[in-house]
Write a protein that binds this ligand. Sequence first.
Ligand code: CU
Length: 198
Amino acid sequence: MAMVVKAVLVAVVAVAALAQLTVAVDHQVGGSGATWATSGGYDSWSGKQKFSPGDSLVFSYSPAHDVVEVSKADYDACTASKVVARYTGGKTTVKLTTAGKRYFICSITGHCDAGMKLQVNVAAATAAPTKPRGQRSVAPVAAPAPAPEGSATDEQLPTVSSPTGTPTPSSPSGSGAASIGASAAVALAMGMAVALAI
Ligand SMILES: [Cu+2]
């Protein structure tokens, strides 16, 4: 009974550890409790974060500001000539769906220059290695070499036609079965010992 409980616990811990690897993270922009404001410092914050596809950016800000996703050129120049998306209202969540770099500024005049700019680098997921599609490697299938007729099977047959030899009471197959049974018992005993040790 206790062994069953332990086994269930081990399974639960293993599943939880696997789930931990793929959980999506909401990143409060600037850090926990921080706001999107002219105080700046967002790139030094984002440089220390690990962004993965599926994560989100959470902007908390005064409605006097906005959040504008822009190109790298606009980010560098603090302009919003090519707006990817514009968000207002004081609370914005932007999902980071794919790997790559994303750029955000506040489009209010002077705010980006004052430090309201953020770039994030979303790292590619490492869990699933990508396989090239449509490319199937054709491994040469080695045909089994034709055995010479009769030679192999004849050697495997026990020779019982020896006129001088006395037939032994224990057949080879009998001793083989006995040794398999012994090793199975050892394996079972070791398995039980491991289960009890957990
Ligand atoms: Cu602003």
